[in-house]
Structure formats: structure tokens, C-alpha cells
Design a binder for this molecule. Structure first.
Ligand code: AMP
Length: 313
């Protein structure tokens, strides 16, 4: 148990080919915590400015499984803001603006009563902040990080240090290529293993994900949950929700072995599919355990390739 997350809490403005949302609650930490809280109580550590909208607080408060005692509202500071526009394929996007605001100041403190956290997710934020958080969590049994293009570009050294101390890394295929200059997701994942983590998950948007692990020569692949075009309203936060479902599952069953990671990837996949059906956190809020289990059953049928060890032919 005791899952903790840090990352960004943002005010997002998102444009997709079918609609827009202005100033909705976003950020890596928000999506992750909302998703993970369906599986296990989730401790959030983050910072916003005093311009943070009251309705965003109400939105986070509406998830009973999120412990917000590590959320700092810093007077005189500005909340992180991000704007993005999705292209016609609903997968690729361009960042319209990133206003770091309070993220350029000192990071939030980890409350003393969070220090015993065992499962740690370092959501997207400056890698120096991710490193600082990890140092304050001596009881951790599993630390997994995410990163993205901005940090690969402006904080490469800190990122390499981070790879040396985390157990797992979850990145999308474009980030994996950017890190390794290798287009093939499996080869890129193996190169990242050489940089330090015990396992690497590469997400390939609607093509699912790939897992490589130091303790196995095998590659594990999983398709994405099948969603038709009308079902994708806003892909923002899909990656963070994937990580939330994955870590939420691992923390809830208190396991870190490869088999458990396989299962966790399936939970991450279906959790992410809930997020993309609405703007902001609405999709993940309107689901529940029963909905997730029903989706898992559908997913197992859709992805069926026969029992393990079945004869071919
Ligand atoms: P995802 O779609 O999973 O990549 O997550 C998108 C979320 O990440 C949005 O809600 C943004 O507020 C947040 N975000 C965008 N850029 C960054 C960044 N450079 N670092 C951390 N979070 C970010």
C-alpha cells in the first residue's frame, strides 16, 4: 500500500479537432492520482499558486481516495499552465505554451506522515524535483518515473542521474526515440535499460505498449484497449492515467515481480481508455471499480491469443 505521487498540477487549455476546453484541471500528478485512487489510497505531493481555481480543488476533492495533505497552495506564485493542440489523428499534438510558474521555485515539501511511502511514482516534472523527492522516501520498494520532451531537452544530465536510481521508467515511443536515437520501440527500451532502470515500459499510443525487464530476455507486448474514433474526445492525461492504473494495481497487491507488472499494464491500459472519452478528469471521475472490471473483461476477450503454452498450428 502507501502509493505516493509527485508531478505537476496544471491549468490546461486543450484544442482537439472536435472541440476545446479552457482552463481545466490537468497536470501529470492530477491525472495519475485520480486514476490510481480507483485502486488504492493515493498520496499527492504538488504545488500550485494562489491563482488556482476553487473548482479545481473541488474536482480533486471529489476523488475520495486521494490524500491531498501534500498539496501546497503557495501565496504570490502562479500555477503551472499548459496549452496543447491535437492534430487530426488525435495522437500527435503540439504544445502551444508552457508557463512553468511555481515549478521554477522550490519544490513542495513531503509531509512527515508520507515518509513511509513504499510505492512511488515520479510524474512528469523537472527531473531534479523527481530526484529530490526520491531521496526523501527511504521506505520505497518501487520507484517509477515518467518524463517528456521538454525535460529531455533542457535537463538531460538530471534525467540521466534519475535513470540511475529509479526501478522503472514509463515513456511514450517518441520520448524513447528522443532518448536513444532509435526508432524501434523494443530496441529503444533495451537501450534505456542500459541507462539504469530495472524495467522500461514504452507506450505506443493506439498500438499498445512494450515492456522489457532486466531479469528476462523476453519482450512483453500488450495491445491498446480498442476505442473507435468517436470515443476519443481528449487524449490529454492518457499517459498519466495509464501509469496511475499500473502503479495503483501494483501498490494494491503489494507486488513488484514481472508477472504483476504484466497485469498492471493491462489495468493501466483500460484506465487510460477511460480518460480519453472526455476533457480533463471527467472521464476518470465518472468510472468506478465495477466499470473498470467490466472493461477488463472486454479487454481480455478482445486481446485473446490463447492460453500460455498453447500449441501453434
Ligand atoms: P499526457 O497527455 O499524459 O502527456 O499528460 C498531459 C498533462 O501533462 C497535461 O495535463 C499537462 O498539464 C501536463 N504537462 C504538459 N507539459 C508538461 C511538462 N513539461 N511537465 C510536466 N507536466 C506537463
Amino acid at each position: 500500500m502507501s502509493l505516493i505521487v509527485t508531478g505537476t498540477i496544471g491549468i490546461d487549455t486543450v484544442h482537439t479537432p472536435t472541440g476545446s476546453a479552457e482552463r481545466v484541471l490537468g497536470g501529470s500528478c492530477s491525472y495519475f492520482a485520480a486514476a490510481a485512487s480507483h485502486y488504492t489510497p493515493t498520496r499527492l505531493v504538488g504545488v500550485v499558486g494562489d491563482d488556482w481555481p476553487e473548482e479545481h480543488r473541488a474536482m480533486l476533492n471529489s476523488f475520495p481516495g486521494i490524500d491531498l495533505s501534500g498539496l501546497e497552495i503557495r501565496p504570490g506564485s502562479a500555477t503551472f499552465k499548459w496549452g496543447g493542440r491535437y492534430f487530426e489523428n488525435m495522437n500527435d499534438r503540439e504544445t502551444l505554451f508552457t508557463e512553468l510558474g511555481v515549478l521554477e521555485e522550490h519544490p513542495p515539501a513531503i509531509p512527515d506522515h508520507f515518509a513511509d511511502s513504499r510505492y512511488v511514482f515520479l510524474g512528469n516534472t523537472h527531473p531534479a524535483v523527481q530526484l529530490g523527492m526520491l531521496e526523501q522516501l527511504p521506505s520505497r520498494v518501487l520507484a517509477v518515473a515518467d518524463t517528456m520532451d521538454l525535460w529531455i531537452n533542457i535537463a538531460h544530465e538530471d534525467l540521466r542521474e534519475l535513470f540511475g536510481v529509479v526501478d522503472g521508467l514509463v515513456v511514450n515511443d517518441s520520448e524513447a526515440s528522443q532518448l536513444t536515437e532509435e526508432r524501434n520501440a523494443i530496441t529503444a527500451a533495451r537501450r534505456i535499460l542500459d541507462m539504469g532502470p530495472t524495467f522500461v515500459v514504452v507506450k505506443k499510443v493506439e498500438h499498445g505498449c512494450v515492456l522489457v525487464h532486466r531479469d528476462s530476455k523476453d519482450v512483453y507486448v500488450l495491445p491498446a484497449y480498442p476505442v473507435e474514433s468517436g470515443g476519443v474526445v481528449d487524449p490529454t492525461g492518457a499517459g498519466d492515467s495509464f501509469a496511475g492504473g499500473m502503479m495503483g494495481h501494483l501498490a494494491s497487491c503489494e507486488r513488484t515481480d514481472i508477472e504483476a507488472i504484466h497485469e498492471a499494464l493491462a489495468w493501466g491500459t483500460i484506465t487510460a481508455s477511460c480518460t480519453i472519452g472526455s476533457f480533463g478528469l471527467e472521464g476518470i471521475r465518472s468510472t468506478d471499480r465495477a466499470g473498470l472490471h467490466a472493461k477488463m473483461e472486454q479487454f481480455q476477450q478482445a486481446a485473446w491469443v490463447g492460453p500460455r503454452g498453447a500449441e501453434v498450428g
